[in-house]
Design a protein around this ligand. Structure first.
Ligand code: COA
Length: 363
């Protein structure tokens, strides 16, 4: 449809299509020279504060703009008039304006922070720095810490020909080596809920299990001690458990309920244990008051999540017992554990073949 016309033209005309067809009334509005169509500009919702880098600060009466129908000029004219009338060109957001991610607080339980069910880290979901920290911690905690190897490694044991080995680091080793240990220790402290800086003391000897895939997947920190105490009981949530028994074994819950003729059988669905359970929070280790001589205290022991129950902690302890003192292999009865977690307790009891294994109070 041609909408060109004269400025003085009256605004309406009648036009008939083919005879017999319905009459169509086409109306034109009076216009200035070169302007033939009337267009209302799109209105940005005043609540939509950001649209591809531009925003409207306040609501203003929307102008009715008249545009030339010449196809070539149409877009250009539209954009020029739109900018000048709305002032948007001046309000274009500066390119470096920081854009923030907003979250709706609808009363969800973990609005401010959430706990990763796998690695146990508590972090603020959606916070960029927290998300990054979580991603890196999660990877290291489950898969181990990247390790390219050192030129001068003290090898305590060669585990396989593929490159699995146990190396150790002593006080006074090059800073690069100590820095790597620090990386591992941070992961251990976070997982075990220890105060940062508590685990690794200067006098400690550190054993690292290096996997063939060039990752540190296990670590023991140990120190020289002179005596320790056999554990006598473990108390959990105020309930005293016998030594050598797991929490499950100590629960005396009936698995069947009977109401008249109705019998209900309790089904146990395996669930991932809560982080608090893994860390042994709320557990108290009771030990004998009589000290016995001991040589090596295991201040901390850790294996990355995906490598557990593959004998790595056992191999670390074997290597440690052979190399802790020069020319002497320690007996398991000469080794003690500090503040064992529930995992640590199960492991130590099994490794030492003694449910009343030794514990000690580190300085
Ligand atoms: N529950 C029950 N028994 C366990 C156990 C657990 N969580 N972890 C180890 N054991 C027992 C098992 O009998 C196991 O033999 P099996 O796998 O043939 O049954 C035996 O100990 C040897 O275990 P191993 O494979 O050498 O131990 P690991 O490499 O899995 O490492 C820990 C054990 C405790 C170091 C590891 O679970 C860990 O890093 N936990 C988190 C950190 C921690 O709690 N450290 C203890 C501080 S004292």
């Amino acid at each position: 449809m041609d909408i060109e016309g004269d400025a003085s033209e009256v605004s309406s005309r009648n036009a008939c299509c083919s005879p017999g067809a319905n009459a169509v009334l086409i109306t034109y509005k009076r216009r200035r020279t070169g302007i033939s169509a009337t267009t209302r500009m799109p209105v940005l919702d005043s609540h939509t504060t950001e649209t591809r880098g531009t925003y409207e600060e306040e609501e203003s009466p929307q102008p009715v703009l008249e545009l030339s129908a010449s196809k070539s000029n149409w877009l250009h004219e539209l954009s020029t008039m739109w900018k000048s009338s709305s002032g948007l060109s001046k309000r274009t957001v500066a390119p470096n304006r920081p854009l923030g991610q907003y979250f709706l607080d609808l009363g969800q339980r973990d609005f401010s922070c959430s706990t990763c069910p796998s690695c146990g880290l508590v972090y603020a979901r959606g916070e960029e720095t927290d998300e990054k920290l979580h991603a890196s911690f999660h990877r290291s905690q489950l898969q181990g810490i990247q390790f390219r190897g050192w030129q001068h490694e003290r090898v305590a044991a060669k585990i396989s020909s593929k490159g699995d080995r146990i190396i150790y680091v002593v006080p006074g080793d090059p800073p690069r080596h100590l820095y790597k240990v620090m990386e591992v220790v941070r992961i251990m402290e976070q997982e075990m809920g220890l105060v940062p800086g508590w685990l690794w003391q200067q006098h400690c000897k550190v054993y690292l299990f290096i996997s063939a895939s060039k990752k540190i997947v296990g670590c023991i920190l140990c120190e020289r001690i002179s005596n320790a105490f056999p554990i006598s009981a473990i108390s959990e949530g105020g309930t005293e458990l016998g030594v050598g028994k797991s929490v499950r074994e100590n629960k005396t819950s009936s698995s069947k309920l009977t109401f008249g003729n109705w019998k209900f059988t309790r089904e146990v669905h395996k669930k991932r244990r809560r982080v608090a359970d893994q860390q042994g929070m709320g557990r108290v280790v009771l030990c004998s008051k009589t000290a016995v001589p001991a040589v090596c205290g295991v201040r901390g022991i850790w294996v990355s999540g995906s490598e557990r129950r593959k004998g790595i902690a056992s191999q670390l302890l074997d290597a440690m017992r052979k190399t802790f003192l020069f020319g002497l292999t320690l007996e398991t009865s000469q080794c003690a554990f500090s503040q064992p977690t529930s995992d640590g307790q199960a492991f130590a009891a099994r490794y030492c073949c003694n449910p009343t294994f030794l514990v000690y109070q580190p300085q």
